[in-house]
Structures are given as C-alpha cells and as structure tokens.
Design a protein around this ligand. Structure first.
Ligand code: ADP
Length: 282
C-alpha cells in the first residue's frame, strides 16, 4: 500500500480528511530501512532514465513554509547522479518574468530527455500565493488551472513523467518548526518574519491548495498528498511513488538501451569490415 495519497482525477480534496502525522504503521527505524532500499532502486532507475534518454521526470514539490521541501530534496535525491538531476527553485518573479505569461519562466527550465527535474515550488505559486495575496485579478488566476492542465499535458505528450507532491503538515507542526529555527543557531539562517505573516493566512492557503489539488490532478500529472509531520515518513512516501512509477518504464528503457547497444556494435563492425576491405590498419 503506497503511503502517499493519490488525488483521484476529478475528485474534491478536503485536506482536513488527511492525517498529517500518519506513520503507515511503521516505526522510524523500519521506515528508514525501507527508505534506504528504495533509494538504492531509485539510483538504478535514474541511471537507466539518463542512459535511455527517451523520457524526463518532473517532480513538483509544494507545501506550506517549513513543510520540508528542501529536506525532501536533500534526502530523496541523495543517491542520484548529480549530472542527471536539475533542481529549480521558484522565487518571487522578476520584472522580466512578469512581462510574460506565467508559464514562460517555468517552461524554460523543464527537464530535457534523460533528466530528473525537481521543482522546489513551481507554477502552482501562481494559483496559491498569487490568489491568497490578490497579486492578480480573480479571473486571471482562475483561468490558470486550465492553462496548467494543458501545459502539463503537453509535457507528458513529450515524454515527461510528471509527479506532484503536496507536503501536508499541521498548523501546530509548523509552529513548532518555526520555533525550532529560532532556538537552533544552525537553523536560524532559515528564519523569516514573512513565514509568521504567511501563517496568519493558513486557512486561505489550505483552501487554495484544495482547489489546486482538486482541479489539477490528472491521469498524466497526478497530485499526491504526503503526510509530512514526520520527516522520515515524508521521505519514504515520496520515494515509494517515484520508484513505483519509474519501475513501470524500466522495460522500455532497457529496450531502448538494448537497441542503442546493437546499433553501436553494428556501427563498429561495419567500420572494422571497411578496414579489412581496404587493407588499412589503426
Ligand atoms: P522558500 O520559502 O521556498 O525556501 P524563499 O524564502 O525564497 O524560498 O521563498 C520564495 C518566495 O517566492 C515564496 O514566498 C513564494 O511564495 C514566492 N513566490 C514563488 N513564486 C511566486 C509567484 N509566481 N508569485 C509571487 N510569489 C512567488
């Protein structure tokens, strides 16, 4: 049983129905052991993704402040070959970004074939922070759900495996994590008064997330709700989805690699034959 919750396309999400402290009946030690196994498999799958070069992966991470987006990237990506991984973080748009449509800055950095791409925040900010703070008129952000679905469908049609994760923490857990940042010198660099201000808008954000998850979970670009109060469980739930999904492509990638190897061998043989025929030596 996967531990992350797939948002079935066309269903309405109520975040309150999902327990943020879930542990899947596992203790931390068992969860971490399973996570280590999955990480090793993910490493092998990424190598095949990279070598076959027929698909790309786009993993989108969203969640409230302190929900663990950075930690998830650090842990889940640990074993991957950095040459095949691209992490993109989406900050407040620049003037140039704002002079274009909202997907302009996003499309430019989508992963090419063979690449495992991670979005730390994403185009979903344009229906989250933008909606909650009224940074664009309502008809503008409302039209974006359809634009997002069309965009992600285009990516999928071009061989991108799109997987989206909402890291679901409770308001209490967030408070605890914000206080921890104050107490620990090593974490204080992450402090931002803005995080406390955003916290006042918790309910509006949850509502905006519910709409984004409900309207934009599709067959080709599903959303998963990840119970994220326990960091080890969050990591486990994400890597399970990644490994489960990518396993489905393994035969295809192996087939592509086989074809590639055959083609290279045939090329080499043809070259050797030519050498023989012409009496040349190298
Ligand atoms: P993080 O909180 O992800 O570690 P930052 O503290 O730099 O990193 O936060 C990035 C900020 O950029 C967030 O407050 C986020 O809401 C904001 N942001 C991202 N995309 C947009 C957008 N399209 N419009 C407005 N603000 C955005």
């Amino acid at each position: 049983m996967p531990h992350a919750h797939l948002v079935k396309p066309g269903t309405r999400v109520r975040l309150k129905d999902y327990d943020t402290r879930e542990n899947g009946g596992l203790d931390k030690e068992a969860g971490q052991a399973r996570f280590a196994e999955l990480n090793a498999e993910l490493d092998a799958l990424q190598e095949e993704l990279h070598a076959a070069g027929t698909h790309s992966v786009l993993m989108v991470l969203q969640g409230m402040d302190t929900s663990g987006k950075d930690g998830a990237i650090r842990n889940v990506m640990t074993n991957l070959n950095p040459q095949g991984v691209r992490v993109e973080s989406f900050k407040v748009p620049t003037d140039e970004d704002l002079a274009h449509d909202f997907l302009w800055r996003v499309h430019k950095v989508t992963p090419g074939k063979g690449i495992f791409g991670v979005f730390n925040r994403s185009h979903y900010e344009d229906v989250l922070v933008v909606r909650v703070h009224g940074l664009a008129p309502e008809p503008v952000w409302k039209a974006r759900y359809d634009h997002i679905n069309a965009f992600e469908s285009l990516l999928a049609d071009s061989g991108t495996i799109v997987l989206k994760f909402f890291l679901h923490i409770s308001k209490d857990e967030q408070e605890q994590r914000l206080h921890e940042r104050e107490k620990e010198v090593g974490k204080a660099w992450k402090l931002s008064a803005g995080d406390w201000r955003e916290r006042e808008l918790w309910d509006q954000y949850q509502e905006a997330y519910e709409d984004a998850l409900s309207r934009c979970s599709t067959e080709v670009a599903p959303w998963y709700i990840v119970p994220a109060d326990r960091k080890w469980f969050r990591n486990l739930a994400i890597s399970e989805v990644l490994v489960d999904t990518l396993r489905g492509y393994r035969d295809h990638w192996r087939g592509a690699l086989e074809d590639l190897s055959q083609a290279k061998l045939a090329e080499l043989e043809a070259y050797r034959n030519l050498l023989k025929e012409t009496g040349r030596q190298v």
